[in-house]
Design a protein around this ligand. Structure first.
Ligand code: SF4
Length: 207
């Protein structure tokens, strides 16, 4: 196995055992453990206690109140479904987002690894390849489109696959102007997830 290309996703170990024991685990390292956290859905992030990519994102917004009225949330998924990415790809997008005034979600494992002043990750992680991670946070409505454009440009140049999610409150059909603002710039909303406020306990602060 090429250890650079291997994601530490664990599929080979969970599959039918190799009858000739061809898979031999190599020595554990910090980098391999980090790889597994962002590639193996059976691991759980120690800081957030959330399996998979380590964040509940906006699925529990009725309980967490991450995205409130008057703010726009973003989540940028790197690497899915299978091409993967390197931390340096995420760092370049994060750095551009800092320049656009974006904030990063505290309860997200990438934020804990990142230098929030520069978007960089520790030097010994920058070239590490992982299956998928979500850069997540908030911004003003005016910064939403520039953030999408910056992420798109960097992804195209670095040949990285991104899925970009925009999160907003829907008190009317336009979601704080998000849908029409995206349409004006030729960005089509092709699918969505809805949070209907059924979670308990509801967040107490005003949403
Ligand atoms: S990428 Fe996943 S399936 Fe492939 S060798 Fe690495 S751990 Fe096994």
């Amino acid at each position: 196995v090429d250890e650079d290309l291997c994601f530490e996703c664990g599929v080979c170990a969970r599959s039918i055992p190799c009858t000739v024991n061809a898979f031999i685990p190599s020595e554990d390292s910090y980098q391999r453990k980090v790889k597994a956290f962002f590639s193996n859905p059976y691991t759980k992030h120690a800081l957030t206690s959330v399996p998979g990519r380590g964040t509940e994102e906006v699925k529990t917004n009725d309980v967490t109140g991450r995205v409130k009225r008057g703010t726009i949330g973003y989540c940028i998924e790197f690497g899915r479904p299978v091409p993967g990415c390197r931390f340096s790809d995420i760092a370049e997008v994060a750095s551009a987002l800092i320049g656009l005034g974006a904030r990063f979600e505290r309860n997200n494992p990438l934020t804990h690894l990142m230098d929030e002043r520069t978007g960089a990750f520790p030097d010994d992680l920058m070239n590490v390849r992982i299956l998928s991670a979500i850069l997540e946070g908030g911004c003003t409505a005016g910064h939403m489109v520039p953030i999408i454009q910056a992420a798109d440009e960097i992804a195209a140049r670095r040949n990285v696959t991104l899925s970009i999610g925009i999160i907003t409150r829907f008190d009317g059909p336009d979601g704080q102007g998000v849908v029409s603002s995206l349409a004006d710039r030729g960005i089509q909303v092709i699918n969505s997830k809805g949070n209907f406020g059924l979670g308990k306990p509801r967040v107490t602060q005003a949403l």
